[in-house]
Design a protein around this ligand. Structure first.
Ligand SMILES: Nc1ncnc2c1ncn2[C@@H]1O[C@H](COP(=O)(O)OP(=O)(O)OP(=O)(O)O)[C@@H](O)[C@H]1O
Length: 465
């Protein structure tokens, strides 16, 4: 292969099998500068990757040398700027099925890195002028690499000593929280690369500093299911994020990095993007992987200014050829694993959740409702029906409920606007005896706090089974 001006690139080095044991051979992959190594590990299997020489990173976070990272239920990549050697093994012996040849094809990493340096220049200028750093929103179609880009920009920023405030507005996925939530967290330290964003904060010790997110439970799988509620929750998140920017000069300089779910072009997707832009005073919109969405967004924001009177810049970026689709089954397994990990810990930490039997009457449970088909955004009745107090029933068995920072005596409005303290899991509902078996990460009284139940994440088969 030859690139004009760069001469011949070395052919891909054949993997060397160094067989540490018959069941788990270790394979050595040599990556040239700018190459990436893509892998897909299914649920229930593991893949061990160790950096033995050179430098490498996963989504912007550097791999420590000679440290074995174990990945499970993950589709991702390791990339290198200067070249590296990786040692890879899979205890299940399925190495070939999980990984592909390292490649330099269709990777827009250099343009992503240039973008990072541009953002750094804005941050330095903001620091000098005592102004707010860039507020960056990443949009694009589903599975275009939005979250990966936000992670990379976060990882690179923290490596330069910055403390960006990262916001997740994708209710299907959770960031440092369970799916169904919208959350925000300041990233000042590295991300645990064996997980998506790092573990959800629970009571266990952790080698990587735990980030404490601010979490709101939207409780539905799509913004369109109840756009008015979605916008309301988002506005609450924006108020808190904006005050965090105002309070902390380091966060203010680093600015915001905002992830979104895939734009649903047919269902008012642009409308909710415009809402995010307005609420967070976004001044840079990155559109990844779609010319059509790029030009629509260009048109939408042409000539518009933020609340700080800056122009809104729209930048189109290529999608990486490595981005893979995660089907519903895979995502459901990832969600279930996140929920299990929240209560029971991961392979490094074992947590012991508390089980308690409670009477139906001892709990205050509120159902997060999707919008009724006839409701319109201006409908007053619509607003009251967003949250509805319910009697426990078999419907909530095997579901996760959020415990919110509010009192059971508060109004539905106040409860809806409150943020999440933690989660509990309903292991059993006995309708005859009117009793519930509840699993909680700590031994706390649940009767004083409202519990919110939505349709997302979906009920699990059984956490205790
Ligand atoms: N270059 C790459 N090589 C291999 N896998 C990749 C690469 N880039 C991204 N991925 C993986 O592809 C999957 C989809 O990427 P990502 O989550 O970033 O997309 P998204 O646009 O945020 O998706 P969604 O629309 O679900 O929010 C993820 O599992 C991610 O780790």
């Amino acid at each position: 292969m030859s690139i004009p001006g760069l001469g011949d690139l070395a052919p891909a080095a054949a993997p060397v099998v160094t067989s540490s044991s018959a069941a788990a051979p270790t394979i050595t992959e040599v990556l040239e500068p700018f190459w990436e190594y893509r892998f897909e590990v299914p649920h229930g299997s593991t893949l061990d990757i160790k950096l033995v020489s050179g430098t490498a990173e996963k989504d912007g976070t550097e791999l420590a040398p000679n440290t074995t990272y174990t990945f499970t239920a993950m589709k991702s990549k390791i990339n290198t700027w200067h070249g590296c050697t990786l040692e890879i093994s899979s205890p299940s012996g399925n190495y070939d099925a999980y990984t592909s040849e390292p490649t330099a094809d269709e990777t827009p990493m250099v343009s992503y890195l240039n973008l990072h340096f541009k953002l750094e220049a804005f941050r330095t200028a903001a620091q000098k002028a005592g102004q707010t750093g860039p507020r960056v929103l990443v949009v694009g179609p589903p599975n275009s690499g939005k979250t990966s880009l936000v992670k990379m920009l976060t990882g690179w920023a923290t490596r330069m000593g910055r403390q960006p405030l990262v916001i997740n507005t994708d209710c299907r996925e959770g960031m440092l929280a369970l799916p169904g939530s919208l959350s925000a967290a300041v990233f000042a330290t590295i991300i645990d690369i064996t997980t998506d964003w790092g573990s959800t904060p629970s009571s266990g010790p952790s080698a990587v500093p735990v980030k404490l997110p601010l979490v709101y439970n939207y409780g539905l799988g799509q913004p369109e299911e109840n756009m008015r509620l979605y916008k309301r929750v988002l506005s609450r998140l924006a108020v808190t994020a904006t005050s965090r920017l105002a309070e902390d000069p380091d966060v203010k300089t680093a600015g915001l990095l905002i992830d979104t779910g895939g734009v649903n072009v047919s269902k008012g997707g642009y409308d909710h993007i415009a809402h995010i832009v307005a609420e967070f005073s976004v001044n840079i919109v990155l559109v990844i992987g779609s010319e059509r969405i790029g030009s629509e967004i260009q048109k939408k924001f042409a000539g518009q200014k933020t609340s700080l009177d800056e122009p809104i810049t729209v930048v189109s970026l290529d999608k990486s050829g490595g981005v893979v689709e995660r089907d519903t089954g895979f995502l459901q397994q990832v969600h279930e694993a996140a929920i299990k990990e929240y209560f029971f810990g991961d392979s490094n930490t074992t947590l012991s959740p508390f089980t308690q039997q409670v009477d139906f009457s001892a709990l205050s449970i509120w159902k997060i409702n999707p919008a009724s088909a006839s409701a319109t955004l201006d409908d007053d009745i619509y607003s009251d029906a967003m949250l509805e107090k319910i009697e426990p029933s078999l419907m909530i068995q095997n579901c996760v409920l959020s415990v919110n920072y509010a009192s059971i005596h508060d109004s539905a409005d106040t409860i809806r606007d409150s943020n999440v303290m933690g989660y509990v899991y309903v292991a059993e509902v006995d309708e005859k005896r009117r009793k519930l078996k509840i699993l909680a990460p700590v031994n706390a009284r649940l009767g004083d706090r409202p519990l919110l139940w939505g349709s997302w994440p979906e009920p699990m088969v059984s956490l205790l089974g």
